[in-house]
Design a binder for this molecule. Structure first.
Ligand code: NAD
Length: 494
């Protein structure tokens, strides 16, 4: 059986691991590979390599960096199908969705290709007589990226292209559940001409994460995952003096106002609720129906859901399996909890019939969900949609704003004034207006509010460039014959 090892200094590590993890094909339920787990010694070795590579890479010209990134872009484009196939094999999402993930990641690479422009500083001439001031942004050093299972290629790509473009070196710790896609990407970076040690991958669990969080050689941590771990990573990393951005979990609301186009809203609810089997941090999981439209909307969603084919993502299914058996069982236990708490099941994914031993769960819809129920309070991260019926826009807004999470949200309406009020009043980081999954383009920044983000920097866009650089301001004077002699007062620039 294949054993996936670390990628350090542009080559596969030959280190023997005492601890390994099983990687599954979720559509067959079979173990497809083993993955080596890093020890603190592995992390030390990776940081040493990244530290050494930084000494040279930080001085590489902007032209050299963009040449590598442009070449990498071409290689990813040429190998999209292969990367998507690896994602589907280990994550389970359908091939078209995996392909879309690679495409969205590529947008960040394209953004990073513009780094010469993005790193331009400001310059003020003659701030005082004969004195100029200018600002520059410099790389941090070796940086860590710790990513979740649900986007094994795209989430690392939110960070490393910009980090590398800014002159940093990178260590990625991908999810141990689907580690192969990023290994393929590592090879492509090498093929694109990225020097040894600039991009490294270490596999593992808490041991690897803790070692990265506390290693003095790591200068920043970009984390994406569940909220409890995001909070832990933020607290531990910042305590160790690092810059940390930690993106956490979500519960995304879709508000449907009575004047909305219900066909569009039903399509959106299906796509955003059940796409990737609900394993997206921007998935819609709570539909807030402003009466009197709930019955009609539920009817339209049900008609569509009946047509969804759950099955192997490589064989033309609409929705694939969940990532592991443990996760499938956890999501199913939320369905049981919702039933027990008094919500009404409209259709039940536990009854889905698919051949084989995959981690299957079909789409589920709850009606009559109350804000106090666990299926509303907590992130489920599976194909489970809840409908909460409310009487007014104000009641809907209050629900969203009172929720612990604030990653994404959407409003469906034909009333521009209501939509504009919503974008202003809602306490959520990413807002869609008749758009169910408002993932920003790479030149904007991605990130939530409240328990969906710890730290103050969102991913990519200009916030990404700022996160991966430190600002410096230089005040310069080239001596001329008229320098003013001794003056102990603070300069007043008059
Ligand atoms: P997770 O928190 O279990 O794992 C994320 C990473 O942390 C993995 O690399 C994992 O190995 C590591 N990890 C797990 N337990 C740890 C521990 N105790 N100590 C240290 N490190 C640990 O998340 P997941 O299940 O892989 O991913 C799903 C979660 O990610 C969901 O909550 C989802 O909402 C969230 N997510 C958020 C965003 C966002 O942008 N906000 C994007 C994608 C996913």
């Amino acid at each position: 059986m294949e054993t996936i090892s670390h990628w350090i200094n542009n080559q596969l590590s030959t280190e023997k691991s005492e601890r390994t993890g099983d990687v599954y094909n979720p559509a067959t339920g079979q173990v497809s590979a083993k993955v080596n787990f890093a020890t603190t010694a592995t992390i030390d070795a990776a940081v040493d390599v990244a530290t050494k590579a930084f000494e040279t890479w930080r001085h590489s010209s902007l032209t050299k960096r963009t040449q590598v990134l442009f070449a990498f872009r071409e290689l990813v484009n040429q190998n999209k199908e292969q990367i998507a196939a690896l994602i589907t094999k280990e994550h389970g999402k359908v091939l078209s969705d995996a392909f879309g993930e690679v495409t969205r990641g590529l947008e960040v690479v394209e953004f990073a290709c513009g780094i010469p422009h993005l790193l331009k500083g400001g310059f003020s001439e003659e701030v005082s007589t004969g004195v100029d001031v200018y600002s520059i942004r410099q790389p941090l050093g070796p940086v860590a990226v710790i990513s979740p299972f649900n986007f094994p290629a795209m989430v690392p790509m939110w960070f490393f292209p910009i980090a590398i473009a800014c002159g940093n070196t990178v260590i990625v710790k991908p999810s141990e559940k689907d580690p192969s896609a990023i290994m393929f990407v590592a090879q492509l970076l090498k093929d694109a001409g990225l020097p040894d040690g600039v991009f490294n991958v270490v596999h593992g669990d808490k041991v690897a994460v803790d070692a990265l969080l506390t290693h003095p050689g790591i200068k920043s941590v970009s984390f994406v995952g569940s909220t409890p771990i995001a909070k832990y990573v933020y607290e531990t990393g910042t305590k160790a003096g690092k810059r940390v951005q930690a993106l956490g979990g979500a519960k995304n609301h879709m508000i449907v106002l009575p004047d909305a186009d219900l066909e569009l809203a039903a399509d959106a609810a299906i796509n955003a609720g059940f796409g990737s089997a609900g394993e997206r941090c921007m998935a819609i999981s709570a539909i807030v129906a402003v009466e009197p439209i709930a019955d009609k909307l539920i009817e339209k969603i049900t008609q569509r859901a009946n047509k969804i084919k759950t099955g192997d993502g490589t064989k033309g299914a609409d929705m694939g399996p969940l990532v592991t058996k443990v996760h499938r069982d956890k999501v199913a236990s939320y369905i049981a909890a919702g039933e027990k708490e008094g919500a009404k099941i409209v259709f039940d994914g536990r009854k889905v019939e698919v051949d084989g031993e995959g981690f299957w769960l079909g789409p589920t819809l709850f009606d009559q969900v109350k804000p106090s129920m666990s299926i509303y309070q907590e992130e489920i991260f599976g194909p489970v949609l809840s409908v909460i019926r409310v009487k007014s826009y104000d009641e809907a807004l209050k629900l969203v704003n009172n929720h612990q999470y604030g990653n994404g949200t959407a409003i469906f309406t034909n009333d521009g004034g209501a939509a504009r009020r919503f974008q202003n009043e809602v306490e959520v980081g990413m807002v869609g207006i008749n758009v169910p999954i408002p993932v920003p383009m790479a030149y904007f920044s991605f990130g939530g509010w409240k328990n969906s983000l710890f730290g103050d920097s969102h991913a990519h866009g200009t916030e990404g460039v700022h996160f991966f650089t430190r600002g410096k301001v230089v005040t310069s004077r080239w001596l001329d014959p008229s320098h003013g002699g001794i003056n102990l007062g603070f300069p007043q620039n008059t």
